[in-house]
Design a protein around this ligand. Sequence first.
Ligand SMILES: [Cu+2]
Length: 265
Amino acid sequence: MLRKLKLTGLTLALTALCTTTVYAHSLWVNINESFAHPPGHVITSLGWGHAMPLDDFLMSEAGAVEIEKYSLVGPDNSITPIPLPVIKQENATTSKTGMAIVPGDLGLRKISLTDKTMPGTYQVTAESKATYFTGYVDASGKHKMTTKPMDEIKGAKSFDFSTRYKAVGKSYFGIERWTQPKLVGYELEILPETDMSDVKAGDLVKFTVTLNGKPLTCDMKGMNYLHMTSNTFGGPDQYMLTAYIMNGKARSGCPPPAPGEPRSR
Ligand SMILES: [Cu+2]
C-alpha cells in the first residue's frame, strides 16, 4: 500500500551567483502527489520567478532560463532523464477583458507508479544551462562586455569581472517509506536529513549543504545561510525563514500553518 507523503509544500530553490535583475529569479521544482487512483502518480513541474509554487514561464520578458537537465533520481541514486520542457514562441490569445492568454510548457510531467516501483525517497532535479557575463579590456584598450566565459575571449588584455550563473532546483518525495537521500553531486547542493514525510509544526528540520562537495560554512570568506519559504508558512508574500549554515549543516523550526491554511499542499 503506497502511503501519501506530505511534503508541506517545502521546495528548495538554489540560486547561485545572482548578477542581474533577471538572475534574481529562482528556479525550483514542484511535486504534487495523487493516490486517489492506485497505484497513484506524481506530477512534477518547474517553478521560475519569485512566488511559489508557480510564478512565470521559463521564457518571459521578466527573465529567461534554459533547462539543460531534468531528472528523476531514484532511492538507489539511479538517474532517469525527464523530457525537457519545450520552449517555443507561442501565439497569445486576447481575452474580452484586456488580457493576453499565453500557452506554454512548465515541464509538467506525470510520473506514474506501478506495482514494480522501487520504494524509498526520490529526487526530481532541474539544472539550468550555465551562463556567463564577462567584462574585459580588448587588444585596443576598449572596455567590453560579453556573455562568454573568460577562456573563450581571445586577445583580452585584462578582465574587469566575470560571473557564472547556474541554477539547480530539487524536490523530494517518498514512496512507501522515507529513505535518506544521497548527494547527487551538484556544485551547490541542499539535502534534507529529516524525514520530510513526517514534519509537524514545531519540528526541527535539518539539511546538509555542500559547495563543490565540501561542507559549506560561515567563515571569513562569507556568511552562508539557507532560506526557506513555503506557501504554508503563513507569512505575507516573500516571507522566509533563514538559518546559518555551519560546518555543512543548517536547521530550522517548522512554523505553524497560517490560519485556515491546509497543513500541506
Ligand atoms: Cu522578476
